[in-house]
Design a protein around this ligand. Structure first.
Ligand code: ZN
Length: 289
């Protein structure tokens, strides 16, 4: 309880209820120092109390909060499109009995995956938009998430285009290095995104959402470490050791499937929470103006 409460902005006030610290108005950025919490901002007329409680999403700029909602919902849509494309597309390719039919299904599947990937990157970009006031400051997690995820997308596009032209060994090596760079960027970006989302969950505030985000975050860290360990063990082992490694890999697969479903549920949860907060923000700003 205390852990997420501590992140909510506490503004020191003197005995008369006047603000005793530098505090920007959440609407216009005007310094509210020495103003009473019961009055309004002299610059824009927004209630000062709202800036004091400004860390809650429902008191923040409604356009920005609705960007959080839109971005998250686009991410969900992107994930669903990619899932459907991979599973239904794969089934269509194997079910079609002519070569032309299979090729057609494969092209539809590819286009659907590209559309899904575009939805994801646009969603990430909108979700990590900068908050338009200085009231809460900016976070490293937001910037890292925004640019690593965008960078990994650019690397992916580069690799897809380059893969059509590259032939020689050095070219293949470059593709391999770029693929690793893209994966690292994506991992760092997703990790940062979860950290950023957890910061936002504390501003809902929703303690259970914070806890679930932490579980998913560390769940993925363990999954990645586990994949390295299993890969290393499989490479090093002989005979019966290989059976054990295969068993471990199978368990790992189930673990990752659970984690993926949990991540999707979490994303849906964020979408719902942000949508509600953006409605509240819109009505609270409408009343203040
Ligand atoms: Zn103001």
């Amino acid at each position: 309880m205390a852990r997420y409460e501590s992140s909510i902005q506490r503004v020191p006030t003197d005995e008369y209820g006047n603000i005793a610290a530098e505090l920007p108005c959440i609407a216009c950025g005007y310094n509210l120092y020495s103003l009473n919490t019961e009055t309004v901002c002299p610059e824009c007329g927004m209630a000062v109390g709202r800036s004091v409680m400004g860390d809650y999403l429902k008191y923040c700029n409604p356009n920005w909060v609705s960007k959080l909602a839109t971005g998250t919902n686009l991410v969900v849509l992107g994930i669903v499109v990619i899932f459907l494309a991979a599973f239904l597309g794969g089934a269509m390719v194997s079910a079609s009995n002519s070569r032309g039919g299979a090729a057609g299904a494969a092209i539809i599947m590819l286009i659907a995956i590209i559309v899904g990937r575009l939805l994801l990157v646009i969603g990430y970009f909108i979700l990590t938009a900068r908050e338009p006031t200085k009231a809460s400051g900016d976070t490293v997690a937001r910037l890292l998430a925004r640019w690593c995820l965008f960078g990994s997308f650019l690397v992916e596009v580069f690799n897809q285009v380059a893969a059509m032209q590259v032939t020689g060994l050095s070219g293949l090596r470059l593709l391999g290095i770029m693929a690793i760079v893209g994966s690292v960027l994506q991992l760092v970006g997703l990790f940062a995104l979860l950290v950023y989302l957890r910061q936002l969950a504390r501003r809902v505030p929703d303690a259970s959402l914070v806890t679930n985000t932490s579980i998913v975050l560390w769940g993925w860290v363990i999954a990645i470490i586990g994949m390295f360990v299993v890969g290393f063990a499989a490479g090093a082992s002989r005979g019966s050791g290989q059976d054990a490694a295969a068993g471990l890999a199978c368990m790992g697969l189930i673990y990752i499937l659970v984690l993926m479903i949990w991540s999707l549920v979490l994303t849906l949860w964020y979408g719902r929470v942000f949508t509600r907060a953006s409605k509240e923000a819109r009505s609270s700003w409408a009343r203040a103006m």
